[in-house]
Structure formats: C-alpha cells, structure tokens
Ligand binder design. Structure first.
Ligand code: NAD
Length: 467
C-alpha cells in the first residue's frame, strides 16, 4: 500500500514552527514561515517565468494543466491525508477526499473551458475582435477552511490564461498549501507557480508588490477591505471572495422530513467552516416544530470525531480562534433565552477543537449568532409568521454570498430567490457548486467571479483588435 503520509513528510520543514493536528494536538510537521522579503524574491521569479509561459500556445498550457490534474489524482490519498491532519476535516464524506477530488475536477475544468476569440463586428468595412491576454503575475491568497481547492480555484484559471502565480496559503494550513503546490508543480515548468508562506504581513507584501497585476483573495470581509486599501497604489485588479452569512428560507409548503438532510449538510458541511454554508435558517411558524424535529433527528445521526477515523463525517474546528467565536455566539444565544435543541455544551476538558453539532431554536433575529458569521457547527433557526418579514431579515445584512429557498413549488421558490441579495440562490439545496457555473458574492461578500468562462476572463486583460 502507498504511504499516504509521504507527501506530508515531503513538504514538512526540518525546523520552524510545529504544526499540530486540531483533533488530537499531535505534532504533524514543521513550517518555516516566510517574511515580506521572501515575497519580493518569489514575485521576481514569477515575473521572469511569465513571458515564457505566456508564449506557449493555449493548447500547451491546457495540456500542462491536464497533467497537473492527473498528478492530483495520483496523489489524491496523500493530499487528503495532509488536509485531514492539518485542517481537521474527515477523510470520508464531504471531507478531505471530496476536496482532493474537487481539486482535480476544477483544474481540469480550467484547462478545458473554451474561450474563443469573440468577433464583435464583422461587416465589410469593420472587423472587431475581443481577445483575452495575460495580466502578468497573479497573487493568490487563500483561507484555511478549504485550503486545497480554493488554491486550485485561484491558480488553475490564472495559469491557463498565461499568467504566473505567487500563492500564499493561510498560516493555519501552510502544509496543505505547500502540498497542493508541490503536486501541481510536478506537471508545471519551474517558476510558474511559487508559494510564499507566512501570515498577514506576507499577504500584505504580496498585494503591495507593484509587479503583481491581479490579486485573487479569498478570506474574511475585514481582510478583504485591507486588500482593497493596500492595492490602491497599484490599481491592481482584484477578485474578492469574502465572508457570508447565508440565509435559508423554508416556505410553508415544504416537507420537513424531505428537506431535513439537505438543510443539515447545507449548514454543517465542513463543520460550518464554509463560505457559502447556510448560517441562519428562517422557518414558518406553521411547520416550525416539525422542521426543528426533523433537523434534530438528522443531526443526531452524524458522527463527529477524529478525521482519520473512517466512521466520522465531521471533525473538529480548525483552530482555537474559531472555536472561541462559535462558543461566544452560542453562549450569548443561551443567555438571551434561546432554546438549545441539541449541542451547545462543549467538553472543554477534551483534546482537540471539537464543538458539538448545535441547533438553536426560538432565537431572536437580532442575536449575534444570527447577525454575525459563526463559521462553525451552530445553526440558529428563526421562526417567522410573515414571509415578507423573513425576506427582509435575510437581506438585512451587509454580506450576500449565498442563500436558499426550500419549497415544493419551484416557481414560487424562484420568485422568492429573485428577491434575495446574494451571488447564488439555491432552491431545495444549499451550497452545491459546479466548475461550469460562475460563483461570487454580492454586497460585502466581494466582487469578481470564479469558475466557468467568467472565471477565465477574470484573470486576463480584455483586448480589442479593431480593423
Ligand atoms: P482571513 O481574512 O483571516 O485570512 C485569509 C488570508 O488572508 C490568509 O492567508 C491570511 O494570512 C491573509 N491575510 C491576512 N491579513 C492580510 C492582509 N492584510 N493582506 C493580505 N492578506 C492577508 O480569513 P480566514 O479566517 O482564513 O478565512 C475565513 C473567511 O474566509 C470566512 O469569512 C469565510 O466566509 C471566507 N471565505 C470566503 C470564500 C468565498 O469564496 N467567498 C471561501 C472561503 C472562505
């Protein structure tokens, strides 16, 4: 049998900061964190490599990315092992293997999506074409929740379009960032994809580097705003995939038992540490108790524990900071008199950042657990009597990444969906994504699109050839 720990050992440094498994506290490797000075060196190398990479034909770049996707598949179990050990997600279910498989799928999609020259005018006296040219060096900054796949979302389209990339993984999931880059680099020429490790100061230096023409940033709203400010002097192009506080609205005609599993995974995928997870659920008074009961029944069946245990479907939170956020919001909800349906009672003496699957019912819409992004396994379920009120509540936050409507009547659901301020609104689901379908946020959830042909256009400079 292959050694699934081989890749983790390969990317781990001999000295530096010790990295611990969030489920067990066990040391899994070391990282030598970089500094802003390392950014300059990496960008220099990327700038040098870029003209050669751009000079290849689109066919050649596509072929290299296809080989990179093959490499991901060859190392899928090792990649899954790294992300499970460092991020905490389970190998099974919608966890580490699922993330590794998604990486291959998205890299393939970036390689195979057609982007033909667009003929805008074709008349006897005028011929106008729209081409998409490389930008140059792209800076790619990722968060810690889906650390492999988000890197692929940023890196693969940028490379396809003839850019080179300097990638900065989250300081919480550096080994995973190094691992996915090492595998991609098995198929890419030297200098085309470089990783710089480090924290916010390193990300900031990457954004401020004048040779970086585009920044792909995925992370919190707060940091996104810093990226906008730091990039102003360069007028860098930006794609900002920021935080969310997605609402789900159940309509009175929905069947509670039929939707319960979809509601659960919409909210609890990756333990709620997902940008477009359902983070608040609005349920009509007429079926409120039935929905809460059905959701509680599904919740009780989902095993949580160490990610390497094949029986588990949810792991720990990734870090103490996030554990504290979830705990604060749930404790506040309890103090306000909201009803704990299940969970809400973490064992603080246990090892690992485990927080129990928590459903909070009869909570006021103004509670911080509803108004703030919890990014963890605690779902507030808000009762409504007037659908107009629920729509108003759903829209009354600064962010607008995803949303969902749950109903037996698709047309009715689609009519409500059109009124929700979010980049994606799902009907009778929450969260499924597809490499052919553009993804991005509304309001403070950011701007710019990823995936599909729009995602390719976003990492290139449009050029009109007129004549
Ligand atoms: P974060 O904003 O704290 O960090 C994200 C990245 O930015 C990290 O690599 C970090 O080191 C870097 N960074 C920090 N300060 C920086 C600065 N001043 N300049 C440049 N880079 C800097 O976010 P996080 O806690 O890692 O991730 C969780 C957040 O990300 C949540 O809000 C979640 O909703 C959001 N998210 C959004 C999407 C999406 O597609 N919209 C996807 C995943 C996560």
């Amino acid at each position: 049998m292959e050694d699934r720990a081989a890749l983790l050992a390969r990317v781990s440094a001999d000295s530096g900061t010790e990295i611990k498994d969030p489920a067990t506290g066990e040391a899994i490797g070391r990282v030598a964190f970089g500094t802003p000075t390392d950014v300059a060196v990496a960008v220099e190398a990327a700038a040098k490599a870029q003209p050669g990479w751009a000079a290849l034909s689109d066919e050649d770049r596509r072929a290299a990315l296809m080989r990179a996707a093959d490499a991901i598949e060859e190392h899928a179990e090792e990649l899954a092992y790294v992300v499970s050990r460092e991020q905490g997600k389970t190998m099974n279910g919608l966890g580490a293997r699922y993330e590794a498989a998604g990486c291959a799928a998205w890299v393939r999609a970036a390689a195979s999506t057609p982007l033909p020259v667009e003929v805008l005018v074709d008349e006897p006296a005028s011929h106008v074409e729209l081409h998409y040219r490389p930008i140059g060096v792209v800076g790619a900054i990722t968060p810690w929740n889906w650390p492999m796949i988000i890197a692929c979302w940023q890196v693969a389209p940028a490379l396809r379009m003839g850019n080179t990339v300097v990638q900065k993984p989250s300081e919480y999931t550096t080994l995973t960032g190094l691992a996915i880059a090492a595998v991609l680099n098995e198929a890419l020429p030297p200098g085309v994809l470089t990783v710089v490790t480090g924290a916010g100061d390193v990300g900031d230096a990457l954004v401020r580097d004048r040779r970086v023409g585009k920044v792909m940033f995925t992370g919190s709203v707060k940091t996104g705003m810093k990226v906008v400010a730091a990039s102003a002097g360069n007028l860098s192009r930006l794609t900002l995939e920021l935080g969310g506080n997605d609402a789900g609205i159940v309509l009175p005609d929905a069947d509670p038992r039929a939707i319960a599993e979809g509601l659960f995974w919409g909210a609890f995928i990756n333990n709620g540490q997902t940008c477009a997870a359902m983070k608040r659920l609005y349920v009509p008074d007429t079926i409120y108790d039935d929905v809460v009961d059905a959701l509680a029944a599904v919740t009780a069946k989902i095993p949580m524990g160490v990610g390497l245990d094949e029986d588990n479907a949810l792991g720990p939170l990734q870090n103490q900071m996030q554990w504290n956020v979830v705990n604060r919001l749930v404790e506040d909800a309890k103090a306000r008199g909201a009803r704990v349906v299940t969970g809400g009672d973490p064992d603080t003496s246990a090892t690992g950042y485990f927080y129990p699957k928590t459903l909070i019912a009869d909570i006021d819409n103004s509670a911080p657990l509803v108004q703030e992004e919890q990014f963890g396994p605690a779902l507030p379920i808000i009762r409504y009597t007037d659908l107009e009120q629920a729509i108003e509540w759903a829209n009354a936050v600064d962010v607008g990444l995803g949303a969902s409507v749950w109903s037996a009547d698709r047309d009715e659901a689609a009519a409500i969906a059109a009124r929700l301020q979010a980049g994606t609104v799902w009907i009778n689901a929450h969260g499924p994504i597809d490499p052919r379908v553009p993804f991005g946020g509304a309001k403070h959830s950011g701007y710019g699109l990823e995936f599909g042909v729009e995602g390719l256009k976003a990492v290139s400079v449009p050029q009109v050839i007129n004549g």
